[in-house]
Design a protein around this ligand. Structure first.
Ligand code: SAH
Length: 245
């Protein structure tokens, strides 16, 4: 899978565990460019253990003294914030942010800045940003854990790239037989009707909406050929039982 040209920059992270958690969140979602600006404690066993199988992302992470150095060569910079900053930069949802990043990354390298656990990004750092992502949250408590914020954006990027290998129509994975065609469904409905007339459940003089409701039920259910055969086998056995009594 091609990687999108986006670099996540963690600015002055205090807890090394969050760096590891961010690396893991990125690797899960097929992202691999991590940069650290002046991390408080790094390298650290906490970071490596929280990264789990994503320690390669940590090993390849660029470490910089300043945000400017981390942003060198980047064409587009996205900021992130837990609270509205009123700085006249456009605020995007994670989905809008992912769309924008993918569009911009075809033109040049994109960086996303993630702020300090206690105070976020400074206004000066936000001045470097072309847009700002704010993850919608409870109004009472808007600050996500840093690695969780990284996870939300990484996930949206994965979805927007159409790289969701697990996505498939409901039930598709279990289907080993082709869907029943219109003739087979008609055969099933006729068989049901005959059988429930034979058992006395349906009065042909006064059928009401029973068959229409049963049609709705089965037409909704994506019935496959094998399932039609099972149902018709059951109906045949019911008819034979009725004949015997
Ligand atoms: N008290 C800080 C919280 C920082 S949380 C503040 O008010 O800014 C650490 C980092 O996680 C943030 O700088 C941002 O990069 C990210 N983050 C946390 N919650 C977020 C949210 N709701 N939307 C976007 N980013 C968020």
């Amino acid at each position: 899978m091609d990687s999108v040209d986006v670099k996540f920059v963690l600015v002055e992270t205090s807890h090394p565990g969050n760096i590891g958690g961010a690396a893991r969140a990125m690797k899960n979602m097929c992202l691999d460019q991590l940069a650290l600006v002046n991390p408080n404690r790094y390298p650290s066993a906490d970071a490596t253990s929280r990264a789990s199988g994503a320690d390669d992302i940590l090993m390849n992470a660029g470490i910089h003294e300043t945000v400017d150095q981390a942003l060198e060569g980047c064409a587009f910079v996205m900021g992130t914030s837990a609270r509205p900053r009123g700085l006249y930069i456009p605020e995007l949802t994670p989905k809008q942010c992912a769309e924008r990043i993918l569009a911009e990354s075809t033109q040049g390298k994109v960086a996303v800045l993630f702020g300090r656990e206690d105070s976020g990004l400074t206004n000066g750092e936000l001045d470097r940003c072309n847009a700002l992502m704010r993850i919608p949250t409870s109004q009472e408590y808007s600050s996500l854990n840093l690695a969780a914020a990284v996870q939300v954006l990484s996930y949206e990027l994965m979805i927007q790239r159409g790289e969701a290998p697990l996505q498939r129509p409901i039930g598709e994975g279990e289907r080993r037989h082709p869907l029943a065609n219109a003739d087979e469904m008609e055969g099933l409905f006729n068989h049901i009707e005959e059988s429930i007339i034979a058992t006395g459940f349906l009065d042909p003089e006064n059928p009401r909406q029973v068959m229409r409701r049963l049609r709705r039920l089965f037409n909704r259910a994506d019935v496959d050929r094998n399932e039609v055969n099972i149902l018709r086998g059951i109906l045949t056995s019911v008819q034979e039982t009725v004949r015997k009594v």
